[in-house]
Design a protein around this ligand. Sequence first.
Ligand code: UD1
Length: 365
Amino acid sequence: MNTEIVCVVGARPNFMKIAPIMAAFVKYGINAKLVHTGQHYDPSMSDSFFDQLGIPRPDVNLEVGSASHAVQTADIMRAFEPVLDVEHPRAVLVVGDVNSTIACALVAAKKGIKVIHVEAGLRSFDRGMPEEINRVLTDQISDLLFTTERAALKNLEHEGIAAERVHFVGNVMIDTLRAHLERAIPAAKTLAGLPERGYAVVTLHRPSNVDNADTFRALLETLNQIAEKLDVVFPIHPRTRATAERFGLAELLAQPGMRLLPPQGYLEMLGLTRDAAVVLTDSGGLQEETTALGVPCITLRENTERPITLSEGTNTLTGPHPKKILQCLADIMANGGKRGRIPEYWDGQAAERIADSLRAWLDTP
Ligand code: UD1
């Protein structure tokens, strides 16, 4: 049977998005192949997600690995083109905003193959963020754009993208969260002695926070201050650990109350997040997951491309500023933080909506 859609994943945040899409494609009889670019390759950043989320093994792994943005993007493009020459799909589907997303979308568009972008239209309006460049460019060359929140359509309209190409379907990452919540590994199993709702979870990896020694130091000192009162559980991204060592900040990771962990599997991370008093993060996905779980989230960034987590969810932006972070945390500890509600279409059915719409699209000659 001919391949109808080539799906692409590359980095950790892609895996939870592709899992429900691949499952829905089987249900709707869409013949798809899965390509892993190899942007993330450590077992803890990649394989464990395939195992826990039941994602089919990739049909092809391009094994590109880490490099500068330009080299990594170029390597993915070079390796991906021959796959399309063999498969001749009707379309290439990309998710999210990582380098693998733009690289594969660009190869497909140049070959006249339709591009489908899942999680389109999100904008931080901060071009200093590598992901923002990836988002804007991927959307410009996409033929079908699936969005997670209504603000995305406005952003796309501003950029001249025709509304009939855009479909508001909800959030596939939240499909995965809902499907796996019951299997989430309780926090106390991941780290013995963790009191439920009595600890903070931290993730930190954005260049804007960890690539500047002063910003990074101030953030770690703030976390040390928090750790005097509340256990700080910190599953640390490889680039964050390496940068801390390079800047001579490793000591700040070893202070009392700082509970460092290697990158966690999906079910472990879901349990840690669900049972936490608060999450402090610069991740995009965690802002949405905390909103879906009703857990307070402090986002250590000046902006977010996911504004619904602020207006309807549990998210607050503090940037990397110690005073703001500590004030926000004090408010959360005093009154429980924003209550929040579940955004429209974050109901576990987003991938079904995508598959339903693509089945009809593929059946139209
Ligand atoms: C990438 C995404 C980012 C996403 C993040 C989630 C881009 C531009 N960035 O950032 O949007 O939030 O993934 O993790 O695509 N490394 C390892 N093992 C791995 C992968 C990476 O040790 O399996 C280390 C390497 O030192 C590498 C560094 O992490 O150089 C950065 O990896 P890279 O994929 O370039 O970017 P991330 O910071 O992970």
